[in-house]
Design a protein around this ligand. Structure first.
Ligand SMILES: NC(=O)c1ccc[n+]([C@@H]2O[C@H](COP(=O)([O-])OP(=O)(O)OC[C@H]3O[C@@H](n4cnc5c(N)ncnc54)[C@H](OP(=O)(O)O)[C@@H]3O)[C@@H](O)[C@H]2O)c1
Length: 295
């Protein structure tokens, strides 16, 4: 992309952004496999951190209406000078907007707060099965995706039973399912359903949200020492090699850079298998809410 007039810094940025692999979605669009997630990034600091992320080469931002920081994300995109179509932007429909025609109104509000003409990916944030509205929400997203305001649609925190239901009732498959996934909690049943149906996995909490000692376990620590990278980089690299789409959150400028710098080394099959083996298999590795608990 860099033309005659691009300065050296622009060249460096373009080169870094191009290190991140892109994954083709069932919508015909593709997504950078690594991005920056802004859950718990304080609203008043979001513009600063998203600007920093874009400056150092991130081109994929994951936010949500409920994070209350869409304005900051939008402000950073607007002032970045980066063409809109070079940034992949995701936001999400909150659970209290699933009924009736609310999804349409909620999308309009998000687009306005973000200050953009379209979002690249719009997700149903949780199935909230007790509310009984996720099929309605999905039907609305499918209809809205025919227009100009959304490029791809997906879901988040959907279990196979929820995926089966939206597929059976609408015939439309999501481009992605964004789920809690990290070495101690790999959700293999959900991953298998998605793989069988061409739905890509987005792994939220890729570092386990820092809630358990992931970095000290021998499989991770040994690979970090062997490759002269940090344990966090090893875990993120494991996700990339599994094919997961990730967007680790950090409000630390050093770690923001560290999390982007994972394309200069590769884990061996044995190192991958050792990290694969860290899930106890009984669901006890989950660090956040279960889909049946969020309404
Ligand atoms: N769909 C959903 O329901 C859902 C739920 C949760 C999250 N998400 C999305 O997924 C994104 C990522 O998940 P998450 O934020 O929950 O958890 P995460 O990315 O697994 O973990 C973030 C934590 O790890 C720390 N950290 C980040 N990079 C690090 C590094 N290199 N070394 C050591 N510590 C590091 C961060 O601290 P510092 O900030 O101090 O660096 C923060 O405490 C979110 O931002 C959001 O976009 C979606």
């Amino acid at each position: 992309m860099a033309g005659h007039h691009a300065d050296h810094r622009a060249d460096v940025k373009a080169e870094k952004a191009s290190d991140v692999p892109r994954i083709a979605l069932n919508s015909g669009y593709d997504i950078p496999q690594l991005g920056y997630g802004v859950f718990k990034v304080p609203p008043q600091e979001t513009e600063k951190f998203v600007s920093e992320a874009l400056e150092i080469g991130y081109r994929h931002i994951d936010t949500a209406a409920i994070y209350d920081n869409e304005e900051g994300v939008g402000a950073a995109i607007a002032t970045s000078g980066i063409p809109r179509d070079e940034i992949f932007l995701t936001t999400k429909l909150w659970n209290d907007r699933q009924a009736g025609d609310e999804p349409r109104a909620a999308l309009e509000e998000s687009i306005t707060k973000l200050g953009v003409d379209y979002v690249d990916l719009y997700l149903v944030h949780w199935p909230a099965p007790d509310n009984g509205q996720f099929v309605n929400a999905w039907r609305h997203l499918a209809a809205l995706s025919e227009g100009d305001a959304i490029r791809s649609i997906g879901v988040s925190n959907f279990l196979p039973e929820h995926l089966e239901k939206i597929h059976a009732e609408t015939g439309v498959l999501p481009a992605v399912n964004q789920i809690e996934l990290h070495p101690a909690y790999q959700q293999r049943d959900v991953v298998a359903w998605c793989a069988d149906h061409g739905v890509h996995i987005e792994a939220w909490g890729p570092l386990g949200q820092g809630k358990y000692d992931l970095f000290g376990v021998p499989a991770v620590a040994a690979a970090a020492a062997a490759h002269r990278h940090t344990p966090a980089q090893v875990v993120l690299r494991w996700h990339i090699q599994k094919g997961n789409i990730i967007f680790p959150k950090s409000v630390n400028p050093h770690r923001l850079r560290e999390n982007l710098d994972i394309f200069g080394f590769a884990l061996s099959e044995a190192e991958m298998a050792a990290i694969d083996a860290l899930d106890p298999g009984d669901g006890s590795g989950r660090v956040s809410a279960h889909p049946s608990e969020v309404h």
